[in-house]
Ligand binder design. Structure first.
Ligand SMILES: Nc1nc2c(ncn2[C@@H]2O[C@H](COP(=O)(O)OP(=O)(O)OP(=O)(O)O)[C@@H](O)[C@H]2O)c(=O)[nH]1
Ligand SMILES: [Mg+2]
Length: 196
């Protein structure tokens, strides 16, 4: 039987809906790692080695093993079901690439904001950008090894999230926990879409 996938058709014929999802967050919170963990195709990464000059402005103290940073975007794809495909766009974390954000969030159904529990304050700028641009979002705490385990209600309060904003914990290196965060976000976005 001939494959239903042709050069101009990259998803199965059962797919009836696609959604663009942005994976956002501050510098080094695990966005590129997350997209790589869930993508069913080899992720596209636009990364550069972190230079000595940029380490003056990049906060690398919490992730000394980090040698690259996103300078464009990450791209991945994930079927959530036979009929729904998510296209995942990871943002750059560094403030100097904020000019790319407008393009990255254009047409997005919503965003998953990753936060580092060791530096919750760094997330306010990204949350503000999404609010200002009317992008609905859920939040996932990327539980780095050795990072404090805060109760989720305290994180909710510290981030000043709206009462309905979903908040969960994940490990950006583990596919299953990333999927759980992605499904929670998608269910939330569907509920918002269906809202009268
Ligand atoms: N222990 C642990 N390390 C992680 C986790 N997620 C990411 N890392 C590591 O943290 C570093 C930062 O991850 P990245 O995925 O590059 O983060 P990013 O948010 O894409 O970074 P920028 O694009 O530079 O903003 C990498 O060295 C990862 O291996 C995690 O859940 N646990
Ligand atoms: Mg990145």
């Amino acid at each position: 039987m001939a494959s239903a996938l042709t050069p101009d058709r990259f998803v199965a014929p059962t797919v009836t809906a696609t959604a663009k999802i942005v994976i956002a967050g501050a510098f080094g919170v695990g966005k590129t790692t997350f997209v790589g963990s869930v993508s069913e195709v080899p992720p596209v990464r636009m990364e550069e080695t972190i230079t000595r000059a940029s380490t003056l402005v990049d906060d690398l103290a919490r992730t000394p093993e980090k040698t690259t940073t996103t300078v464009g975007m990450d791209f991945g794809r994930k079927h959530l079901s036979d009929d729904l495909v998510l296209y995942l766009f990871g943002t750059p974390g560094q403030i100097r690439f904020r000019f790319l954000w407008e393009e990255l969030i254009a047409g997005a159904l919503g965003a998953l904001v990753l936060v580092d529990p060791r530096n919750l304050d760094a997330s306010h700028e990204v949350l503000g950008l999404l609010e200002d641009n009317g992008v609905s979002y859920a939040v996932a705490v990327n539980q780095f090894d050795g990072a404090p385990h805060y109760p989720l209600d305290e994180v909710h309060e510290a981030l000043a999230l709206a009462g309905h904003t979903p908040l969960t914990v994940c490990d950006a290196r583990e596919r299953a926990s990333c999927m759980q965060a992605l499904i929670q976000l998608t269910e939330y976005l569907v509920r918002l879409e269906l809202r009268p």
